[in-house]
Design a protein around this ligand. Sequence first.
Ligand code: NAG
Ligand code: NAG
Length: 317
Amino acid sequence: MPSKVSCLYLLTVVCWASALWYLSVSRPSTSYVGQVAIPIKPKAGKNGTFTNIRTRSLNPHDFDYLINEEKKCEAEPPYLVILISTTHKEFDARQAIRETWGDESSLPDMRVVTLFLLGRSTDGVLNQMVEQESQIFHDIVVEDFIDSYHNLTLKTLMGMRWVATFCSKAQYVLKTDSDIFVNMENLVFNLLKPTTKPRRRYFTGYVINGGPIRDMRSKWYMGRDLYPDSKYPPFCSGTGYVFSADVAELIYQTSLHTRLLHLEDVYVGVCLRKLGIHPFQNSGFNHWKMAYSLCRYRRVVTVHQISPRRCTAYGTT
Ligand SMILES: *[C@@H]1O[C@H](CO)[C@@H](O)[C@H](O)[C@H]1NC(C)=O
Ligand SMILES: *[C@@H]1O[C@H](CO)[C@@H](O)[C@H](O)[C@H]1NC(C)=O
């Protein structure tokens, strides 16, 4: 009996060995490879399952524009596009920005385009008010998704998509929030420097190297199911970051195949890692609240938490 078993065992081993040998030897043979390759390589253009898996979008950002300013960049490509994430009720904040740092004509000989990004409010009256505001100022873009804190990432992607579609010849993009003060002179002349060669695949801001917060009470809670890793890729704080305009299209395209995360700055970091773009640390971008002080403001690019009144006060001094 034992000899029979071991004989069978030996036979099996020999069988497997010769099968493996045959596979390795016959690999260069085109006919064999051709057969093996069939299920892996879908026939070009056919509606095979593989084609569907490859082309199906994880995150198809196909929202309609409810309000658009598609001609903003038509006449002359701007040096800088400012994208400001805002909510419907922030009428005062938007006005303060228009009158101060977001003023498109504040820098001589420098074309700047300022746009406020919004989703659709569940309150019809607010939508109408924004519509009227848009007819006066023509600086608002609205996409048809529900405007909510959890949809902030969609708002950022909408900005990326807008730049890629309607303003791809712009040089740089600043993405920020409506409660941020931006020192435009510093940003343009000290950081971007219009006289230097335009950068490509450039991304800078206040870089954070962190990991997910698993405490469900936190504003920045991230579930293990959504993001299992214990570390995030380096990302720029969402309060303000600047990038060369080519990155807008790259991030938008990458996002179509990248599972959405509700933390927009982390999500942009995930897309950047996929693209192999490393965000530069820049000390001018302030992540945390800063006591109001003109002297300090002179050195910074962005500062958090400015109320519209303070912003106006700064603009008029
Ligand atoms: C592929 O799908 C499209 C639309 O779903 C259909 O019109 C077309 O006939 C399909 N082609 C093949 C080869 O099945
Ligand atoms: C985000 O927007 C989508 C599209 O309008 C909507 O279906 C979804 O409920 C929104 N999510 C949140 C958390 O508001």
